[in-house]
Design a protein around this ligand. Sequence first.
Ligand SMILES: Cc1ncc(COP(=O)(O)O)c(C=O)c1O
Length: 403
Amino acid sequence: MKKHLFLFVALLAVCLSTEAQSSGFTKLDEWTQTWKEAQLTYFGYPVNEYSALADFYQWYVSSGMDAVNLNNAGDPMTDDPWNMSSQAFEREVIEFFTPLYGFERDNVWGIVTHSGTDGNNHGIYFGAKYLFNKTGKMPIVYVSDEAHYSNMRICDLQNLDVKLIKSDEMGRMIPEELDKALDHTRPVLMVYAMGSTFRGAIDDMDALNAVLDKYPELTVFRHVDAALFGGYLPFTEYKEMVSSRKMRFDAIAISGHKFFGIDSPCGLFLCTRETYDNQNNFNVTYLNGNMRMINCSRDAVQPLKFWWLIQTVGYDQWSEQANRMLENTAYLKQQLEAIGWPCWANEYSNTVFFKRPSKAIVRKYNLAQGYDERFGGELAHIVVMQHVTKEKIDVFIRALQQE
Ligand SMILES: Cc1ncc(COP(=O)(O)O)c(C=O)c1O
């Protein structure tokens, strides 16, 4: 009898813990329902919907950390982290990623950022200051017309001169166009797109570097916008593409909420120590150090989530996920081709773009939309993240067939 009672209580506890709890607010409960349903067919945007942070949140609340207000203002790469920050963990996050982006341990600086855009802001700002420090002249920024708009916005914000370089039809910057556009009287700030947002194009850094190498008199800084692709490429056989050593870039920005599945925006920014050493040194006595990063207050919880994921998901599972994503991307493209639906994908990319289906399908699957006459006009894309499985792809293809 006692045994039965125990089993009953245990079962009840399981049921209660798995059943969604009401917030006590009708509007919030209704939206929760909407979000959870939409999540099942969320195909158009590059976020990993398989968040692995449930244990983190349990620890966070049960330890009482939800009532501790930390702040990572300041430099996490010093030996003396502030004790009301999580900088000691932030630094370990940067150290974990240092070899994955081909930086040397003794020649790196980095932070956990607020987003990919924040990382691009640092890359472009640091690049401009570095070049000014070296040459006494402000640079011209060269970026492809297919790159993410945040780069153009940031140049506007920082009042930098920009030359938009034409991309080919798959979205890669055209090396000959860069060659034609180069201004030989000013330093060069290259922004390389490592996975353009709509087509998933990767600028051919070897070919573009070869153009720059023809002019040794030019002083060059290279920043890579690798918001999504910088997440998964280090865990694949194509890892050299995101290696600073191999591709000769000085700085890189990656989003944390994309491949890594952190549940709200954050990112990584890494650069060489030489880049860091050539920045304006704002000595802020009350923060006990020099403040080279743009933001004062910085999030202390996101670095903890990143650190937690490194311990609990880590290299092997990320490798498995990255390779499965590329396999599922190939599967989606094959299935579209099999039903005669026009579709395209760049090499190394987990983004497939295709003829835009009906409004109903676009809406149901939250497909991002594009337009290009060269591909027949109206387009949409799917970004094959961890939660876009073969089974879900099959259901999507059946929906297209029924159109
Ligand atoms: C290529 C690229 N760069 C930058 C960004 C901006 O990143 P975030 O949304 O993390 O600010 C995105 C976002 O989709 C992107 O695709």
